[in-house]
Design a protein around this ligand. Structure first.
Ligand SMILES: [Zn+2]
Length: 65
């Protein structure tokens, strides 16, 4: 389910978590070469992604139940 990003926070490991409009959080890791999200490292990059949609896996799971 596509949900808009409303903010970002860091977990205890320093990984970034996108806060979604549905209230769920989703990790947006930058782990090259597997996961390339260099934008998440910088404040400007994160700000540019506010309002962008992410596929919320938790909402998809909730729908299946
Ligand atoms: Zn959700």
């Amino acid at each position: 389910m596509q949900r808009k990003i409303t903010g970002f926070l860091q977990d205890e490991n320093g990984d970034w978590v996108a806060q979604l409009e549905c209230g769920h959080g989703q990790h947006v890791r930058h782990r090259p070469p597997w996961t390339q999200r260099p934008w998440v490292i910088t404040a400007a990059g994160r700000a540019a992604h506010l309002g962008k949609a992410l596929n919320c896996k938790k909402c998809d799971d909730a729908k299946l139940r």
